[in-house]
Design a protein around this ligand. Structure first.
Ligand code: HEC
Ligand code: HEC
Length: 229
């Protein structure tokens, strides 16, 4: 860009164009949520079947089934879209969501985002070690601070669709971190040739990070995040 232009307007216009170039392209359309507005009220009427596993108020009582209360809508929409496309493969989830329309997904996401997570306790023998990594990472091992993306209180980053991780069952959290590390959180069940090589928009990021954690780190972090609120 020439530095001779002193008027702000042309520069703003240029900035807008470069921003537009960074926006998702058609290639991302498959997993990017459609620009639909979700209604929490409508979502409430579409989640009766979900309550059996995710709890009537979005707080699940089975540690293997994630709580959804207070999870951000963008993340829920992206994940549901991937379950429906058989790219996040789970035999319990798929039959529950396979018939949902994009509007259902948007409504359900708005509904769960509007609910309040109930606090869970952290295991005192593990959470302190987990807190250290969560807050500061470990530069020597190339592990970034989790709070940079998931926020100091674990509420995530709704604008970017980075998930909330607070008050989540440690059993579920540990299983997901292990799945990211193993490269099994996402698969492409619709393409047998390519089963293990599918990644979500942000999955590579978490797989890289989780791959640097030991089993003890995962246990400690999961315990700490369960106690976050
Ligand atoms: C039979 C139990 C069951 C039912 C019913 C069920 N789910 Fe799930 N759900 C699960 C399990 C188990 C997982 C974790 C899957 C995994 O490990 O990848 C999950 C994961 C999810 C996730 C991802 C959460 C995250 O933090 O990444 C969302 C969103 C979700 N379910 C929404 C729904 C919705 C909406 C419904 C109803 C239409 C529903 N579920 C019905 C068991 C269930
Ligand atoms: C650079 C940003 C970033 C950092 C740093 C980061 N995460 Fe994540 N994390 C994400 C994103 C984005 C996702 C969703 C990825 C996807 O599409 O599956 C995610 C997903 C997760 C999930 C799955 C949540 C669910 O509901 O299934 C867990 C658990 C998690 N991260 C824990 C951690 C821990 C522990 C650390 C620190 C060691 C960490 N993250 C560091 C961005 C980050």
């Amino acid at each position: 860009m020439t530095t001779r232009s002193t008027s702000l307007l042309p520069r703003l216009a240029l900035a807008a164009i470069s921003l537009a170039l960074l926006l998702p392209t058609a290639a991302d359309a498959q997993t990017s949520p459609a620009p639909l507005t979700g209604s929490a009220e409508a979502g409430a009427t579409k989640t009766a079947v979900c309550a059996a596993c995710h709890g009537v108020d979005g707080n699940s009582v089975n540690p293997e089934w994630p709580s959804l209360a207070g999870q951000n809508a963008a993340y829920i929409r992206e994940q549901l879209t991937m379950f429906i496309a058989r790219k996040r493969v789970n035999d319990l989830m798929y039959p529950m969501v396979s018939e949902l329309s994009p509007q259902d997904v948007a409504d359900i996401a708005a509904y769960y985002a509007s609910l309040t997570p109930t606090g869970l306790e952290a295991d005192p023998s593990y959470w302190k070690a987990g807190e250290a990594i969560y807050k500061a990472g470990d530069t020597k091992r190339g592990i970034p601070a989790c709070e940079a993306c998931h926020s100091p209180v674990g509420s995530g980053n709704p604008a970017n669709g980075y998930p909330s991780v607070r008050a989540q069952h440690s059993v579920y959290t540990a299983a997901q971190l292990q799945a990211y590390a193993n490269g099994t959180r996402y698969q492409d069940a619709s393409d047998p040739e390519n089963v293990k090589h599918y990644q979500s928009r942000n999955g590579v990021m978490m797989s890289t990070i989780a791959g640097r954690l030991t089993a003890e780190d995962i246990r400690d972090l999961a315990s700490y995040m369960q106690g976050l609120r």
